[in-house]
Design a protein around this ligand. Structure first.
Ligand SMILES: Cc1ncc(COP(=O)(O)O)c(C=O)c1O
Length: 399
């Protein structure tokens, strides 16, 4: 667990790619080795009884932080920007979401959650928060400043996720934040899609910004990780929540996070470039009704994306023109380079079918045809489109 230190002055004004390279590293504290060692640690010994009783020293116990956790937290804090007062690490993105909610809510509170939210976040609200007497209302992701009208006297927090990770509605986060803060409530955001490299959530009025580090931070589909970045007002409360509930991450997982982070800038740029190339290619296909990618000019959220975001990752969806579900499965089954599986953000491409109908309560999901979500990986983009050609051939046969 780290906070801003006084010696960070020389880092002011550095660009995100530089922070990704230098963040959280202090080679000469480790014999000159470039990377911070992986501390496998629980017990920490004190030299004297007096030191033990006073808990003197920089570290106290493995759960409460090691040089390894500090390195990752510091690196993440630096890419979140100066508005970030501290970053907490969690064992998964979902754990980061549930912990952020529990850190700010109490019995009797009300929380507003976007209807486009990641499914397991909805499940946490509907099954766990409800047991603690916390009520959830889902709202239209396009509500913008209209969120004010949905707030109740006991609304303590508003949860945003922009864009939705299946349906890709863009939210007006600054407008929501202004309305929510006016009424004394807090804004929590799942910022996994853009990451702080492409959307500086804390600068846009978000109080707690959450990332599933499992995605682009890890980047190799081999680690589960989560992070919550807090502004100065909420950091003490979040830090206390993490310490008192005993949450911590295994050292090797933190190392994989650190290792992934160093190349996240170049990977994201490539995911973005290939993702857009393939999104445009799909847009020109006669079988495709819509491509749901906020960086495409005809996406309904494009103006918000252009105003607030500096990039896009490799995740987007398409809507087929009406066709039998069997034909969609034939399309997917014919693909050789796109895996079918949960999660995203690794180096490999993925394609999965989805239907949001049963997970909507404030809005109606009626895209006009069956849907597929793509994650575009780091493979050659020509090979990826050639593979899609095979999918479309199989779709035609099965239609
Ligand atoms: C948008 C979004 N948020 C959070 C998560 C949860 O992250 P994790 O799988 O690390 O728990 C996911 C996972 O797919 C996700 O897509």
């Amino acid at each position: 667990m780290t906070k801003k230190s006084d010696d960070d002055g020389h880092k002011a004004g550095l660009k995100p790619d530089t922070h990704l390279s230098i963040g959280g590293r202090d080679p000469f504290a480790h014999h000159g080795y470039v990377n911070t060692p992986v501390y496998h640690a629980s017990t920490l010994l004190y030299r004297t009884a007096e030191e033990y009783v006073a808990h003197r020293g920089r570290y106290q116990y493995g759960r409460r932080g090691t040089p390894t956790s500090e390195a990752l937290e510091t690196a993440l804090r630096e890419i979140e920007g100066p508005a970030c007062a501290g970053v907490a690490l969690l064992p998964s993105g979902l754990a980061a979401i549930s912990t952020a909610l529990l850190a700010v809510l109490r019995a009797g509170d009300h929380v507003l959650v976007t209807d486009s939210v990641y499914g397991p976040t909805r499940r946490f609200c509907d099954t766990v928060l409800v047991r603690f007497g916390i009520a959830t209302t889902y709202y239209d992701p396009l509500v913008g400043a209209g969120i004010a009208a949905l707030m109740q006297a006991n609304t303590r927090a508003v949860f945003v996720e922009s864009p939705g990770s299946l349906s890709f509605e863009m939210q007006d986060v600054p407008a929501i934040a202004a309305a929510v803060h006016d009424r004394g409530a807090l804004v929590l955001m799942d910022n996994t899609w853009a990451s702080p490299l492409y959307f500086r959530a804390l600068d846009k009025g978000v109080d707690l910004s959450i990332q599933s580090g499992t995605k682009y931070i890890g980047g190799h589909s081999d680690v589960m990780l989560g992070a919550i970045a807090a502004n100065a007002a909420l950091w003490p409360q979040l830090r206390e929540m993490i310490f008192t509930s005993g949450l911590c991450v295994g050292p090797d997982d933190m190392y994989l996070g650190l290792r992934g982070l160093r190349t996240m800038g170049v990977r994201l740029a490539r995911h973005q470039q290939s993702g857009l190339t393939i999104a445009r290619w799909l847009q020109a296909r006669p079988e495709v009704l819509h491509v749901l990618h906020p960086a495409l000019p005809n996406h309904p959220g494009h103006a918000l994306w252009s105003r607030d975001y500096s990039g896009a990752c490799g995740l987007f969806s398409i809507v087929f023109k009406p066709v039998r579900q069997e034909a969609v499965y034939a399309f997917l089954n014919a693909l050789g380079l796109y895996g079918m599986g949960a999660s995203w953000g690794g180096y490999e491409s993925l394609a999965i079918p989805f239907d949001c109908t049963s997970s909507r309560s404030a809005t109606k999901w009626a895209p006009g045809g069956p849907c597929i979500r793509f994650h575009i990986g780091l493979e050659d983009v020509g090979d990826l489109t050639a593979d899609l050609e095979r999918g479309f051939a199989a779709l035609a046969v099965a239609s």
